[in-house]
Design a protein around this ligand. Structure first.
Ligand code: ACM
Ligand code: ZN
Length: 767
């Protein structure tokens, strides 16, 4: 490796006859980067000059100064004028958040569309500067000459944080804002209230924090029924909030506060029970989920409470937007509550086959709140549920249940923000290796998936496009007890999100990861806790259709030295070196590690159950569900066994029909058992198969039943992987057909009775 690298440097050195250019790696990728020859030498005792008349750049200039002195121990003075070592000025650019950064061997010039643009120029400049460790103790620092012209694709670049499920103190929130600033994020969505805690001090309703900010214990894991007996408490005083709002503004970040209503209000109800339909017996939630207890929408006192709280919110937060939540508000209590029902009659609301009267009541509630905000000069944002029962003409929709609600809202002429749970939920797992990962809520959103998110397809017309303000990722904190953990799930996915929001250039994941490596060194410099999955060895399986074996191709970052073992032992630098695809032709535990200069990746492990079915020709006789077709028939005999995550591509899903697959054993072969795995997560509508049948045939036309088994039906919620082995008298056959029957009507105890259930099946083994 080292020799190769040296040869490369020598070649480029000889090729152009000058010192090789220092590599520039910036995330998010700028619109235009023109690297020039030569470099600027930066030393102490230089100046930052703000153009005459551009006093609004003073704050940015002091950020430049702090970065140079804090990171590099360089003394720089601020002055006003036209010339200097760093000259900052405002200019009329096509995008107010844009900037031009020109580094020449003699100076740095920044022309920005606004102070925010100059701040983004600084974030870029930091990534061009050497790392602190590279220049420690040196008095001269060189910066490669470069001309950058840059502007964001989207004006709303958001990141959310739930401080209610777990509380993160004011210093942690500031650290979060620093991280956002580094990634040119300009909006912080602060989710301040929940069933499990109320975190904003209210002067008018002090019990909200006296009672609502405290819970004595929390359920362990995902509603296990056992509790930890560790109290969770905390809230932000109004003074702290003002300080944080200013801290954000100094970094050109707008804070959008969220008071989630009328659902997710248990903590407030515990403090003021009269605000609920039932009026008593509430307590701050100690478990996770969606709770039936919500604000009473038929009680005038509730509207007054909401307006009073919004008065305080408006006083504290200058943001034009206020987020009022609106998500996950069950209607069971409203259906029974005399006050809510009286309100429904008064408003003459009637179910219309699309929306129930109660959904329309929520729409009424939201519109009243919107009117109040508008009357006070503010705009309303809500989660996409605010569309149910009728969307107002002016509300902004945050589309989280997929992206479709955003386009639907945009079609209606409303603005929308994309936060789809398919790509932007950072509380989901970032790896499918969940056995070695701290607990997450579920799902699977690796860095690559975030990075490859295309917010607006090419076929979206301009009149819809203009209503899509931008993209935001959400950080729900049920499973994050510490701020270190928040950092770990945030980084580096935030880097991917920043590029989705900032750049409309075609995506190139491999190139992104190369640039990300440098960003990670800045994370190291700042002590941020980030996930390192991108360093891992990635594997790709191919079939060798001639030999009916599998070929495993490995890859990692370009400079990696990949070593592997097939006996279950942990690879070392002297294990077999990966140079070409590895043949998998027997059961084995395959492990690989990527070694980097002084560093190594985590272990990638693959268990192969190589049996008579593996890598043999296989066809599906029925259609899987489109969303869960994975790699088609090959998913079922690629030697890779699915884990408890259903959307990693290892499971194949069927709903409404059965799975039928035929495997060609290539020649008559004696067999006595067929096995397969089924993933069952009844909460996600995935049930046990009704039956599993094995048929055999010599001609692929006339099949006879070898054996059918019928697993016991699900009678309660489960989340398991089950192995089904279908055993029969030994027989010799060439073709094996496996039919897995799905449940066509879910039982009455389930939330979707009468609807068809999914089956998820993986890895058919023949023995
Ligand atoms: C949400 O994830 N409940 C908006
Ligand atoms: Zn009510």
């Amino acid at each position: 490796m080292k020799y190769l690298l040296l040869a490369f440097v020598l070649l480029s050195f000889m090729g152009c006859g000058v010192t090789p250019k220092q590599e520039i790696a910036i995330v998010p990728i700028p619109s235009k980067v023109e690297q020039k020859s030569g470099a600027l030498t930066w030393k102490s005792g230089q100046s930052i000059t703000i153009a005459y008349g551009d006093a609004s750049l003073e704050n940015v200039a002091s950020h430049w100064q702090k970065m140079l002195s804090g990171d590099y121990n360089l003394d720089v003075t601020l002055k006003e004028g036209t010339q200097g070592d760093i000259v900052l000025s405002l200019a009329s650019l096509s995008n107010t958040e844009g900037y031009e950064l020109d580094v020449t061997p003699s100076s740095v010039t920044v022309k920005a569309g606004s102070p925010a643009g100059a701040f983004y120029a600084l974030q870029t400049f930091k990534q061009i500067m050497p790392l602190k460790a590279e220049v420690a103790g040196k008095t001269k620092i060189t910066v490669p000459a470069v001309a950058i012209a840059d502007e964001p694709a989207f004006g709303y670049r958001g990141m959310h944080l739930d401080v209610a499920r777990h509380f993160f103190n004011a210093d942690s929130v500031k650290r979060y804002l620093d991280i956002l600033a580094l990634h040119k994020i300009n909006t912080f969505h602060w989710h301040l209230t929940e069933d499990q805690g109320w975190r904003m001090e209210s002067k008018k309703y002090p019990r909200l924090t006296e009672i609502g900010s405290y819970r004595p214990r929390t359920v362990i894991g995902r509603n296990s029924g056992e509790y930890d007996n560790v109290p969770v408490s905390g809230f932000y005083t109004q003074e702290e909030i003002k300080d944080i709002v200013k801290y954000a503004a100094d970094r050109y970040i707008t804070i959008i506060p969220e008071i989630d209503m009328p659902g997710h209000m248990l903590a407030a109800l515990a403090a003021y029970p009269e605000l609920g339909c039932r009026g008593k017996d509430y307590k701050v939630a100690e478990t996770w989920g969606v709770f039936e207890e919500v604000l009473c929408a038929g009680n005038p006192k509730v509207y007054q409470f909401v307006y009073d709280i919004l008065d305080e919110v408006i006083e504290l937060f200058p943001s034009q937007y206020v987020h009022i939540g609106g998500d996950e508000c069950p209607k069971e209590e409203w259906e029974k509550c005399p006050k809510c029902q009286a309100k429904i009659r008064e408003l003459k609301l009637k179910g219309d086959g699309v929306h129930t009267a109660e959904q329309q009541l929520q729409s009424h509630f939201t519109k009243e709140v919107e009117k109040y905000l508008n009357d006070h000069g503010r705009k309303l944002i809500g989660w996409d549920e605010i569309m149910e029962g009728g969307l107002s003409e002016t509300a902004t929709v945050m589309s989280w249940r997929g992206a479709s609600h955003a386009y639907e809202a945009a079609k209606l002429g409303n603005d929308a923000i994309l936060t789809p749970n398919t790509h932007c939920y950072f509380d989901y797992y970032q790896t499918d290796d969940i056995a070695n990962e701290p607990l997450a809520i579920g799902g699977f959103i690796p860095v690559k998936k975030v990075y490859e998110y295309e917010p607006i397809g090419k076929d979206v017309p301009a009149d819809i496009r203009k209503h899509i303000l931008g993209v935001q990722a959400n950080m729900w904190a049920e499973y994050f007890k510490t701020f270190r953990h928040v950092e770990y799930v945030l980084l580096p996915r935030l880097a991917a999100l920043s590029e989705v929001n900032w750049s409309d250039a075609p995506r190139d994941y491999a190139a992104f990861v190369k640039r990300l490596e440098h960003m990670m060194k800045i994370y190291d410099e700042r002590g941020y806790n980030y996930a390192r999955h991108v360093f891992d060895v990635n594997s790709q399986l191919e079939r060798d259709n001639e030999n009916h074996t599998l070929l495993m191709r490995l890859s990692a970052l370009s400079e990696a030295d990949i070593r592997y073992t097939t006996d279950g032992s942990e690879p070392t630098t002297t294990s077999a070196k990966y140079t070409s695809p590895v043949t998998i032709d027997r059961p084995m535990t395959f492990k690989a590690i990527a070694f980097y200069d002084g560093n190594k990746s985590r272990v990638t492990t693959q268990e192969f159950d190589f049996n008579l079915a593996t890598a043999k020709p296989i066809t599906l006789n029925t259609e899987p569900n489109k969303a869960y077709a994975a790699n088609g028939a090959n998913t079922l005999n690629d030697g890779l066994v699915g884990t408890k995550l259903f959307n990693t591509g290892r499971w194949i899903g069927f709903v409404g029909n059965d799975l039928s697959a035929t495997i060609d054993l290539v020649k008559p072969t004696e067999i006595k058992m067929v096995g397969l795995n089924s993933l069952i997560i009844t909460g996600d509508w995935i049930f046990r198969p009704v039956s599993i049948s094995v048929f055999t045939s010599d001609d692929n036309e006339n099949f006879s039943l070898a054996k059918e088994i019928r697993p016991e039906a699900d009678t309660k919620h489960v989340n398991v992987i089950e192995r089904y082995n279908v055993e029969f008298e030994p027989q010799t056959t060439r073709y094996v057909k496996v039919v897995v029957e799905s449940l066509k009507q879910m039982p009455s105890w389930h939330a979707g009775p009468g609807k068809p259930a999914y089956i998820f099946v993986d890895e058919i083994g023949i023995y």
